[in-house]
Design a protein around this ligand. Structure first.
Ligand SMILES: [Fe+2]
Ligand SMILES: [Fe+2]
Length: 289
């Protein structure tokens, strides 16, 4: 109960948002340093801990760069890691993915064109994925066909609104090098025009390897960091500096708002852990009036 006597708010939908897993071919370290399979396993273990504690996830969104080089075996290992969680999986393509392998291994289709996927959670919340990749390039672009398809889908609202997912984050990048590999500004503007005034509640993205929040066309944008590394936004001028880091975002959608929590997976030590009786004692010691 709130201090003014209202019942607690309950999230209608809880989404786990992972990005930029960069799974490598067997025996290859990411950037020669990080084993991305180990960092992904740490995320999965954290999600299992949550499930064991009674937390339910309605979907896991994976917003691209799921493999580092498009190795089909890496996609199979990704599936083997996340499918046992028993949660609906939403995959979006990143510039390090190879579309043909991504489609075949994760979506079970054999086409080579960019896909717009539409997923309905519980017949209420719509998730739409956009493919912002350009074959052979690092930066991002949304084609006229992709934007037209999104616009057509958004023409009919969903009961609990829409979450749009794409790899290339439609907000300013944190470093000069990423500025060169970002979503083309024209695509960002066009996406803003398409989603403004629609039922889109949130845009989820990756690519920057750094958790960020912003807005696009008045719609909140939440960028998830990488499960493997983190971009340093405060590094020396002109440098592209990254550190080891494993994190994901936890997105909770309520009737009239949402929260995005960045969850570092860092094995941090417990500071305190009040059980329900301990929490009740704190409440009893702090009467509202
Ligand atoms: Fe990436
Ligand atoms: Fe990327």
């Amino acid at each position: 109960m709130t201090p003014d006597g209202e019942p607690p708010e309950v999230a209608g939908h809880t989404i786990v948002h992972l990005s930029d897993c960069h799974l490598t071919s067997t025996g290859v370290l990411y950037n020669g340093v990080v084993d991305p399979e180990v960092t992904l396993a740490a995320v999965v273990a954290e999600l299992r801990r949550g499930q064991a504690n009674g937390h339910r996830f309605d979907a896991i969104v994976l917003s691209g760069d799921l493999t580092d080089t498009g190795d089909p075996d890496a996609y199979r290992r990704l599936r083997a890691a996340v499918e046992p969680l028993g949660v609906p999986l939403v995959y979006a393509t990143g510039n390090h993915d190879v579309r043909v392998a991504f489609h075949r291994e994760l979506l079970g289709v054999d086409d080579t064109d960019p896909r717009v996927q539409r997923i309905l959670l519980g017949d209420r919340l719509r998730i739409v994925t956009l493919d912002s990749t350009i074959v052979g390039k690092g930066h991002g672009r949304l084609t006229d066909d992709t934007l037209a398809e999104l616009s057509r889908i958004l023409g009919t609202p969903a009961p609990d609104g829409t979450v749009v997912v794409l790899h290339h984050a439609p907000v300013p990048p944190p470093t000069p090098l990423l500025t060169y590999f970002t979503l083309e500004r024209a695509s960002r503007r066009a996406l803003a025009d398409v989603i403004a005034g629609t039922d889109v509640r949130l845009v989820l993205a990756g690519h920057h390897h750094l958790a960020q929040s912003g807005t696009l066309g008045g719609v909140p944008v939440a960028v998830a960091g990488s499960t493997a590394i983190r971009t340093d936004p405060l590094g020396p001028a002109g440098h592209e500096h990254t550190t080891r880091s494993t994190a994901f975002n936890l997105v909770r959608l309520y009737r009239d708002t949402h929260t995005v929590s960045v969850i570092p997976v860092d094995g941090a030590a417990t500071v305190f852990d009040l059980d329900p009786a301990g929490c009740a004692a704190v409440v009893a010691a702090h009467p509202v009036d």
